[in-house]
Design a protein around this ligand. Structure first.
Ligand code: HEM
Length: 264
């Protein structure tokens, strides 16, 4: 079955495992270096800590370490693990599919490349995680790309209009799509086609990881940090120096029901 094919094992016939491992390490280094450069350039981390320090001054109570740990754990389990800031609906489901799909795809790739390129055969569940991860990434990603992107769903731009902000999602989709076709063509014995898709798979990984400085890639590190800070500021009463919610009921009249608010 194609799902249990380990495409990296067959690749060792033409590419030594050490080369693949070097590639993986280089991609990780690219993420670290580019995110570091991005932080220096945007100064977002300096702002983040300065703002957190300022907010702390208006804290209503001092949080114990236990309370802080509880807030952080809850943020990880709820806000981060379920992308709660996207509210209820398609946008959140698509993101969760893509996020877990990508994590499965990446983790399985690393284990397959570091552990099962020495001639030993990979367990079926692992290759299945690799393929399913890529498939979930495609479902969430293409759903987002064709239907949910703000430019398309609210601004009425055609789906094929591409801007720099699309670099991340498109490179991610290219990796998952070409990875799957590479495995399929290799498994089906379409040798020359499989090399074509292998090259496309490698190039899309270079674009995804080489493009971190220009793409939205680093949001997967920034968003969790911001969510933790927001919930800590809520718990200690400083609320990032924002006023408390009004005590009055939320009455906006019937007009608000006439049309979905989507002209943002
Ligand atoms: C492996 C981890 C993750 C992956 C692969 C991922 C993937 C993506 C992709 C492809 C997009 C669409 C980007 C675009 O606007 O073109 C996106 C948007 C977004 N992500 Fe993530 N993400 C990850 C982690 C996270 C985390 C941890 C959070 C928050 C805690 C988060 C929050 C968001 C939000 C709020 C958006 C905007 C969604 C929208 O416009 O509908 N992401 N993410």
């Amino acid at each position: 079955m194609m799902l249990t094919n380990n495409p990296f094992a067959e690749l060792t016939l033409v590419l030594p495992a050490a080369v693949m491992q070097f590639f993986v390490v280089s991609m990780i280094l690219l993420v670290i270096i580019s995110t570091g450069l991005d932080m220096l350039h945007k100064k977002n981390v300096i702002y983040f800590f300065r703002n957190a320090k300022k907010a702390k001054k208006s804290a209503k109570k001092e949080l114990s370490n236990g309370k802080k740990a509880a807030v952080i754990l809850k943020t990880v389990a709820h806000d981060i693990a379920t992308t709660s800031e996207l509210g209820m609906g398609k946008r959140r489901i698509a993101h969760v599919l893509g996020m877990y799909g990508t994590l499965m795809f990446w983790i399985a790739s690393v284990v397959l490349i570091f552990k099962y390129t020495d001639g030993s055969s990979a367990p079926d569940y692992l290759t299945t995680v690799w393929h399913s991860g890529a498939i979930l990434t495609c479902i969430g990603g293409y759903w987002f790309w064709f239907f949910l992107r703000v430019d398309v769903s609210a601004e009425a731009h055609p789906w094929y209009r591409i801007i720099t902000a699309d670099l991340f999602v498109l490179a991610l989709l290219a990796c998952a799509t070409f990875g799957l076709i590479w495995s399929f063509t290799q498994y089906s014995g379409m040798t020359s086609l499989s090399y074509l898709f292998l090259i496309l798979y490698i190039v899309s990984n270079l674009v995804l990881f080489g493009g971190v400085y220009w793409s939205k890639f680093a949001h997967m590190f920034y968003k969790p940090g911001a969510a933790i800070q927001k919930n800590l500021a809520e718990a200690d009463g400083s609320r990032d120096n924002l006023p408390p919610p009004a005590d009055a009921p939320e009455q906006f009249g019937l007009g608000i029901k006439r049309e979905q608010p989507k002209h943002y």
